[in-house]
Design a protein around this ligand. Structure first.
Ligand code: SF4
Length: 311
């Protein structure tokens, strides 16, 4: 296993990952005529200056807003909020009634179809498409566009996996669940509740007939490794810290190490979010995709250091 060991590579990656820029990316669609979906990879004078959400090229939120109100209790005792809250507060025009509302944006529904070059598109970075409040007809319209735009890979994440079996997902949608937070809708979740939620999420996910089933543990705020070990191996996993604006809350390195041990035993490729940088458990660095393919972003920023796990 090897990936970007040298100090220079680390420095490059640190400079090119800045989650704070997601807000700018998400609001730039109207100005980017050529790429109608939000661009994730940003360049200035030909140089990469930021990667937004590092594991996708674009975000696309035909359904926006979320009522889950997630919060995390981090190891240092601080409470991390959902990363999109401050972004939505900043972009008041797009979220006039705040983030904890439902917004339907039919005007951008067709955007992926006009994007000719194949891309990874995160389809609910500012929402939860499977949220109980999202009308079924809207979900079906979004999935229909995914089906039509078959040359793209769409990445879906939900904290309401119970709704997944209701829908027929095209094979180019990577269906994923997020690990349960420590608070939802202002209510604290006990560890027992979190464990049950996670076990249920993973077991529902295992029954969804798509080629890629994945999980996001960003942030990783408690030790999820045992539950993950007891379930069917995933196709992919993303691990990260919590970010609120400039504040980054690192997970306990032991929790990261325990989870990596399980994923390695199961052969699950792992992608580290850039905000995990500096966490002792995230060494050597990993940016892999389903099938253990190295990150195309990593390849373009760090060149030969992006090599598959096991090589
Ligand atoms: S489900 Fe996602 S978007 Fe919704 S509050 Fe939780 S972290 Fe934020």
């Amino acid at each position: 296993m090897a990936c970007c060991h040298c100090r220079e590579s680390r420095e490059t990656a640190r400079r090119t990952t800045w989650p704070r820029r997601i807000d700018r990316v998400d609001n730039c669609a109207s100005r980017r005529k050529r790429w109608n979906v939000n661009r994730q990879l940003r360049k200035r004078k030909g140089k990469i200056i930021g990667r937004g959400i590092q594991w996708c090229h674009f975000t696309w939120n035909a359904v926006a807003g979320c009522k889950h109100g997630c919060q995390w209790q981090m190891p240092d005792g601080s409470i991390a909020e959902c990363y999109v809250d401050p972004i939505a507060a900043f972009f008041k025009k797009s979220y006039p009634e705040g983030f904890e509302r439902h917004y339907w944006r039919p005007k951008i529904l067709q955007q992926p179809l006009s994007l000719r070059k194949a891309a990874f598109i995160f389809m609910d970075s500012m929402s939860d498409l499977m949220g109980a409040w999202v009308p079924e007809v809207q979900v079906r319209k979004v999935l229909e566009i995914c089906r039509q735009a078959h040359w793209h890979k769409f990445q879906l994440l939900t904290k309401n996996p119970g709704r997944l079996p209701k829908f027929d997902f095209p094979a180019n949608v990577w269906v994923g669940v997020s690990s349960p937070p420590d608070f939802m809708m202002s209510h604290p979740l006990s560890r027992n509740q979190q464990e049950k939620m996670l076990a249920k999420s993973l077991s529902v996910l295992a029954g969804i007939p798509v080629p890629v089933r994945w999980m996001s543990v960003e942030p990783l705020s408690w030790d999820v490794s045992k539950i993950v070990a007891d379930n069917q191996p995933l196709s992919w996993a993303v691990i990260g810290a919590a970010t609120n604006g400039r504040n980054v809350y690192q997970p306990d390195p032991e929790h990261v190490a325990n989870l990596l041990e399980v994923f390695d035993k199961q052969g699950v490729p792992v992608f580290f979010k850039g905000n995990l940088w500096g966490n002792p458990a995230a060494d050597p660095w990993r940016e892999f995709f389903p099938g253990h393919e190295p990150s195309p972003f990593m390849a373009c920023t760090l060149g030969p250091h992006a090599v598959p796990i096991g090589s």
